[in-house]
Design a protein around this ligand. Structure first.
Ligand SMILES: [Zn+2]
Length: 240
């Protein structure tokens, strides 16, 4: 089945230019979760829900993760108006009524640009930037997995390199955010963020960081036995 069978056009009002528009949204309860990767990337039956988590205004170029779309403060709005409006090309909903991985990546990059404009270099909301990078990394993974055997190796490698780069950014930013922000972060509780950092740390050979995160999870009263088992397995797999 095509993605569009699972989507509907949801109405939004842009907090920057105040115009109304529709954005492709996954119908609730239609997508079935079939599993998660080791770094918690969710995998769904039939469509990749991750592609549809950015709302982009087709009029002014504002874009953000769905959960942050309505939340810029007045001073952030001002910055976005100065730096984004009439300076970036707004992204419109494609005529196909669904998003390719390339289009989904473009939308996430626009969300990242807007996020950087609104917060600058400050410590504010590193987690939001981390979360967008994480999702960008996951989208690249979905992209190369669905493209394997269909595009040439050089193209595939480019997508894999982008995955590695975005996840590295996510790893570093989550680690920073963990020391400066409070939980929940982007809807993730402390145990989940620590597990995520541990999984990414292993990917980048930062075993000491992974060990520290895992021992925190194992000693935590709020961690479920399921996540404790997962964290133990993570460290075991790293030792091999
Ligand atoms: Zn707008």
């Amino acid at each position: 089945m095509a993605d569009r069978e699972f989507l509907f056009p949801k109405k939004y009002k842009c907090p920057i230019c105040e115009k109304e528009f529709e954005n492709l949204t996954v119908k609730s309860n239609r997508a079935r979760l079939i599993g998660t990767d080791v770094d918690l990337r969710p995998r769904y039956d039939q469509l990749d829900v991750l592609k549809y988590d950015v709302v982009c205004c087709p009029h002014c170029g504002y874009g953000a993760l769905t959960r942050y779309f309505d939340t810029p403060t007045d001073s952030q709005k001002k910055k976005i108006k100065q730096m984004v409006w009439k300076k970036v090309t707004p992204l419109k909903t494609p005529e196909s009524g669904e998003l390719s991985y390339e289009e989904a990546a473009e939308r996430h990059k626009l969300a990242l640009l807007n996020q950087m404009v609104k917060t600058g270099d400050g410590p504010e909301k590193k987690s939001e930037k981390a979360y967008i990078c994480l999702k960008l990394g996951w989208i690249q993974r979905g992209w190369w997995q669905s493209a394997e055997g269909k595009i040439d190796q050089a193209e595939l490698d480019k997508i894999k390199i982008a995955e590695t780069r975005y996840l590295k950014n996510a790893y570093e930013l989550f680690l920073e955010a963990r020391g400066t922000e409070s939980f929940p972060m982007c809807g993730l509780d402390e145990v989940t963020v620590d597990y995520l950092i541990a999984a990414l740390a292993i990917r980048y050979d930062q075993i000491e960081v992974a060990k520290r995160m895992v021992s925190g999870i194992l000693g935590s009263f709020s961690a479920s036995s399921r996540i404790k088992d997962k964290a133990r397995e993570l460290l075991e797999s790293a030792k091999k």
